[in-house]
Design a protein around this ligand. Structure first.
Ligand code: MN
Length: 705
């Protein structure tokens, strides 16, 4: 590794002096921050960021990226903060450093292969600036180059991560030479013996083949010259890991793979590519089905070339790639080729445009502006705008649509988790269930055995799975609850005729089902519960169908309200009845039974059909909390609200809602509370407690809207 001063001199070949000054000061800053830290090899730590910056300089990356590379480990390993970097080197550099350290924090824990693709996507999605990925890849490349000093266990883990995560990212971004180097280095550390054998065999084969390769190359060159195609012909070797992969995947022997000669032909323009192809096809016969035109239809990562395979002169196939120099640069350096070849001639803007187009197609986003000058701006893009990647507590990664909430996550994990979720911890912090998830969040759903889905969730869930399960649940719950209520209503109506459900015979039911248009007995009962049919009518019908006759003079019985009837029984919003209040039930057409207080002003005014009114009573023991509204007139003094709230909670009640009338400058203020209470007795206790507060002047329960 050359001295820093020597590297700066090399970098100055493409950087402006003032940029270099900033980079040198970042170097000194980083060196001071890492003072006293050493790498496993014994070198001072600063050698690592310097080497990473040098890799980026080979790609002619911009000064911000180089500065960030020099600083990329300081926030992790030293006391330096993001603010400090921002103050010294500007916000863009601080953002880049922050982006890289965020990626460092995610550890690829799971052994599952299928997770690797999601993990790669998450990394790409988190790095909103492509330069963050490039710095990260350079960091990984240097770590891989210096892996020998680590213990074998750690070496294998890093190598495996490289082959599964980072090499494919490099490949996807078209960074071909880095991709191959990462794979070969990883291969060496994962399978040292296989690597050694293949490397040795390749070396031996190279000697044997040299003569053949140069003979074929000469023949190709001669033919191209005859056809007036300016070209350079290169023999080409596969990288070791790709040889190994081919042997494994296609079950080929080493000899079978090496028994292929490969050439690359570089020409000056696109037209010459096709001319060269024609010339070579007239020299040796092409193997049918092997020709591919990646110029007309580039690969997803922007790669362009013509591929063909010929029957070579010594009975071995010859694989040929034909491309222009520009195509070659993109093929080798991918996204980095943008920086690498920025300052050449006019053909460059064409290259930029192509790179730009490619990036755009890569991210599957519509281009807002085709101007290549704005290219750098366009690099700040969301690579996967429609998805968000989050961790389960076990380290699995889930891909969800953008905007997904904790409830969507819960249903994505398992329907039962969704149906029973009550709270969520995101990155160890308790958050509301409606909370929108961000890339890299670690999400833990808290469930309770008796929890049920809440219809209100439908307002914020975005996944079809969550939506349909909540809907389904609400529907079936509602149905079951109204069936139960219908059964009780019918039983009560029968009691009025001195009969009961138990006395109704099977034939009576059968006859009733024939006469009524109900789909099933359950549907009929549900209709009763929902108020679509009246229980007195059905009771009379049932009895007239049996031997028993209805005695009209009967006094109707009473329905007992337990408070646990669910959606089939509603408590009126106008008078908010609580256990202990005298109550009355009203069957409404679509809401089922609604419970009002006897003195409810709303019911008094509406004069409902007496057939729809039911005598109801509270059960001795209700276990639910009920809403009740109270109104307080208090002296206008500081801290009253706090005193009132403390008194309410010490009486074991929850405040659901508070509203305070606007201050009119007077001595008194009115406060409106909605509380949760168990019953009238509970409410009386609370009111007694509130009266003991000196500032409370008047207190009353509110029974209308
Ligand atoms: Mn590093």
């Amino acid at each position: 590794m050359p001295e820093a001063a020597e590297l700066f001199r090399q970098w100055s070949s493409y950087l402006k002096p003032e940029d270099l000054t900033q980079i040198e000061s970042a170097y000194r800053f980083s060196k001071a921050a890492h003072e006293g830290q050493f790498r496993k090899s014994g070198e001072p730590y600063i050698s690592h960021p310097l080497a990473v910056a040098d890799i980026l300089a080979q790609w002619h990356m911009d000064p911000q990226a180089l500065t960030a590379a020099l600083l990329h480990d300081v926030t992790e390993d030293t006391e330096v903060t993001k603010t400090e970097i921002s103050r010294n080197f500007g916000k863009p550099v601080a953002e880049l450093v922050d982006g890289v350290s965020k990626l460092d924090k995610i550890e690829f824990e799971t052994q599952e292969k299928a997770q690797a693709e999601n993990f790669r996507k998450m990394l790409l999605a988190m790095a909103r600036d492509v330069r963050v990925i490039l710095i990260k890849l350079a960091d990984r490349l240097h770590n891989m180059r210096t892996l020998d000093t680590l213990e074998p266990e750690k070496r294998r883990r890093i190598a495996r991560e490289t082959v599964e995560i980072y090499a494919p990212i490099a490949n996807r971004l078209g960074l071909n030479s880095i991709y191959q180097e990462l794979e070969d280095l990883a291969f060496k550390h994962l399978y040292p013996e296989r690597h050694r054998v293949i490397a040795k065999a390749v070396k031996a084969a190279r000697g044997n083949r040299r003569e053949v390769v140069s003979k074929v190359a000469a023949a190709l060159q001669k033919k191209l010259k005859e056809n007036k195609v300016d070209s350079q012909v290169h023999g080409r070797e596969k990288h070791l890991y790709s040889i190994y992969r081919k042997m494994r995947e296609k079950h080929l022997s080493f000899a079978q793979i090496l028994d292929v000669f490969a050439f690359r032909i570089i020409v000056k323009d696109v037209q010459s590519c096709y001319l060269a192809l024609g010339a070579l096809h007239s020299l040796y016969k092409p193997i049918p089905g092997k020709f591919k035109d990646y110029i007309a239809i580039p690969k997803a990562n922007g790669y362009q070339s013509l591929h063909t395979t010929l029957f070579g002169p010594f009975g071995s196939p010859c694989e040929i790639q034909i491309r222009t120099l520009d195509m070659h640069k993109i093929a080798e350096a991918g996204v980095a080729s943008h920086w690498l070849y920025r300052s050449s001639d006019a053909s460059l803007s064409e290259l930029q445009q192509k790179t730009h187009q490619w990036l755009q197609s890569l991210i599957e986003m519509q281009s807002e502006s085709g101007d290549s000058v704005e290219f750098l701006e366009h690099l700040k893009v969301d690579l996967f705008p429609d998805e968000v990647y989050v961790f389960t507590p076990k380290g699995k990664i889930l891909a969800l649509p953008r905007g997904a909430t904790a409830v969507d996550f819960a249903y994505a994990v398992h329907t039962d988790i969704g149906n029973r979720c009550v709270a969520v911890k995101i990155n160890q912090e308790l958050m509301p269930l409606r909370c929108e998830l961000k890339n890299g969040d670690r999400v833990e759903i808290i469930t309770a055995a008796h929890a049920k889905p809440n219809p209100l969730w439908l307002n914020f869930v975005v996944t079809a799975k969550a939506r349909s399960h909540i809907r389904h649940f609400v529907k079936t719950m509602h149905f079951q609850e109204s069936v139960q209520l219908g059964e009780r209503l019918l039983n009560q109506a029968l009691t009025a005729f001195k009969s009961s459900l138990a006395e109704v015979k099977e034939q009576q039911w059968e006859k009733l089902m024939k006469e009524s248009s109900a789909k099933s007995r359950e549907h009929l009962l549900s209709d009763l519960g929902l108020g679509k049919r009246l229980s007195a009518v059905i009771a009379r019908q049932l009895l007239s169908l049996g031997s028993l006759s209805a005695s009209e003079s009967a006094i109707p019985g009473t329905v007992v309200i337990r408070g646990s009837e669910g959606m089939a029984v509603q408590f009126a919003k106008c008078c908010k009845p609580i256990p202990g209040d005298p109550i009355i039930g009203m069957i409404s057409k679509d809401q089922g039974m609604v419970i009002h207080t006897h003195d409810c002003p709303v019911i008094g005014k509406s004069r409902p059909d007496p057939d729809r009114l039911l005598d109801v009573q509270w059960d001795q023991e209700t276990r639910k909390s009920f809403e009740v509204s109270i109104k307080l007139v208090v002296a206008n003094q500081r801290g009253v609200l706090a005193k009132v709230a403390a008194e309410i909670s010490s009486a074991g009640s929850n405040i659901q809602n508070v509203a305070v009338d606007p201050d009119d400058g007077g001595n008194y203020t009115t406060m409106h509370f909605t509380l949760q209470v168990g019953n009238r007795l509970h409410l009386a206790q609370i009111m007694r407690g509130l009266r003991s507060i000196p500032e409370v002047i008047r207190i009353s329960r509110v029974k209308s809207g």
